[in-house]
Design a protein around this ligand. Structure first.
Ligand code: AKB
Length: 323
C-alpha cells in the first residue's frame, strides 16, 4: 500500500500553501493536514485533517499509524519575534517537536522528514553579504539557536541512524494567500496589504535594513524539490542555503509608489530591528544549486508585481462574494 504524507503545522503561513501544492500533486486524500487547533479553512478541509500537538508523542504516533504516513513535513514552530517573547516555550516546541519526529524515523515508523531551518542560524559575526553555506554561525536569537541546534540534530540522526531528513534555511517568505505570524520579515507581507487597504504603512524596521526574502511559490517549489531529490544528491543534512532576492523596506516602498503614487511609509523600529541586524543581507545558494538544482524564479520586481496584483484580485473576489 502506498504511504501518505503528513503536514504538521498546516494552518501556518507555509503549511496552507504546501498542503495545497502537495494535494494537487499527490491527490487530496494522500496528504493529511494537521495543526494544534481545529480548522474551518475549506482548503485544509479539502482532504484529511487531524488535530495534533507535536509535543504529544503518543497522538503523533497514532496518527502516523492510522494514516499510513511515510513522509512528514514538520512546520510547527515559533518564529523569531514570538520566540523572543517566550524563549522557554520556543525552545521546547522547536526542539522537542523535532525530536519526536526524528525518533519516529529512527524507529522506522516514517521514511522521510522535511524540517525547515532559517537564515536565523546565522548571527552578527557571520559575513553579511553572499553568506556562504559553511561559515561562522553564532546566532543571538532563541529562534536562531533552536534552528542551529535543530540542524545539528538532523545531521546527527542522519549520520548515526540513517534518518532521511532534509532541510532548507528559509529566508523571509512573501505570499498573498496566507499571513505570516511572528517573524521579523513579516513587514514585507504586511506592507502590500496596507498599501492597498490604506495607502500608508508604518514599518517596524529601519528603511535601509536589507534582508534575504523569497516569494512563497519559490519556497514551495524548493521544499518539494529537495524532498523529491535522490537521497545521494543531498550532501548537506543540516540545512541548505537558498536565495530568492534581497531588499530593504525603502526599496519595496519605492516599487509600490510606482503603482500607488500616494503610498507613504514611516519607520518606527522596535525590538525586531536588533534581530534583523543580526541576520545576513544576502545568501549564497550555490550548494543547493549544485546538489539538487535549486534556482529562484522571482526577483524583487516580480515579487512586488505579483503581490500587488494577487492581493487586489483577492480583495475584488471578496467584494464580489459579499455583494
Ligand atoms: C522570521 O522572520 O522569523 C522568519 C525567518 C526568517 O525564519 N521569517
Amino acid at each position: 500500500m502506498e504511504s501518505n504524507t503528513l503536514i504538521i503545522g498546516a494552518s501556518g503561513q507555509i503549511g496552507i500553501e504546501l498542503t495545497m501544492a502537495l494535494r494537487k500533486k499527490l491527490g487530496a486524500n494522500r496528504v493529511v493536514a494537521s495543526d494544534i487547533r481545529a480548522t474551518t479553512d475549506p482548503e485544509l478541509l479539502s482532504g484529511p485533517f487531524e488535530v495534533i500537538d507535536v509535543l504529544d508523542k503518543d497522538t503523533l504516533e497514532n496518527i502516523v499509524s492510522k494514516h499510513n504516513i511515510g513522509e512528514v513535513y514538520l512546520l510547527a514552530a515559533l518564529l523569531s519575534a514570538t520566540a523572543e517573547k517566550n524563549p522557554e516555550f520556543a525552545w521546547r516546541l522547536n526542539m522537542d517537536g523535532l525530536f519526536n519526529v526524528l525518533e519516529l524515523a529512527k524507529a522506522k515508523k516514517i521514511s522521510k522528514i522535511f524540517w525547515p531551518s532559517s537564515i536565523a542560524v546565522f548571527g552578527p559575526s557571520t559575513p553579511r553579504h553572499n553568506t556562504p553555506q559553511h561559515t561562522v554561525m553564532e546566532p543571538t536569537t532563541v529562534y536562531g539557536i533552536s534552528k542551529l541546534a535543530g540542524e545539528r540534530w538532523c545531521a546527527y540522526y542522519h549520520e548515526r541512524f540513517g534518518v532521511d531528513v532534509r532541510s532548507i534555511r528559509y529566508p523571509g517568505l512573501i505570499g498573498f494567500r496566507s499571513d505570516p505570524g511572528g517573524g521579523t520579515t513579516d513587514y514585507a507581507v504586511d506592507i502590500f496589504h496596507k498599501a492597498i487597504e490604506s495607502g500608508s504603512y508604518n514599518c517596524f524596521l529601519k528603511e535601509d535594513t536589507e534582508l534575504p526574502m523569497m516569494m512563497m511559490e519559490d519556497a514551495i517549489r524548493a521544499t518539494i524539490s529537495i524532498m523529491e531529490a535522490p537521497a545521494d544528491s543531498i550532501k548537506e543534512r543540516g540545512g541548505y542555503n537558498i536565495a530568492g532576492c534581497s531588499f530593504t523596506p525603502s526599496q519595496i516602498a519605492s516599487i509600490i509608489q510606482r503603482d500607488i503614487a500616494a503610498f507613504s511609509i514611516t519607520y518606527t523600529p522596535d525590538f525586531r530591528q536588533a534581530i534583523a541586524d543580526s541576520w545576513p543581507a544576502s545568501i549564497d545558494d550555490s550548494a543547493a544549486n549544485a546538489d539538487w538544482g535549486w534556482k529562484s524564479e522571482y526577483d524583487t520586481e516580480k515579487l512586488c508585481a505579483t503581490m500587488l496584483a494577487e492581493i487586489r484580485k483577492k480583495k475584488a473576489n471578496i467584494l464580489e462574494t459579499h455583494s
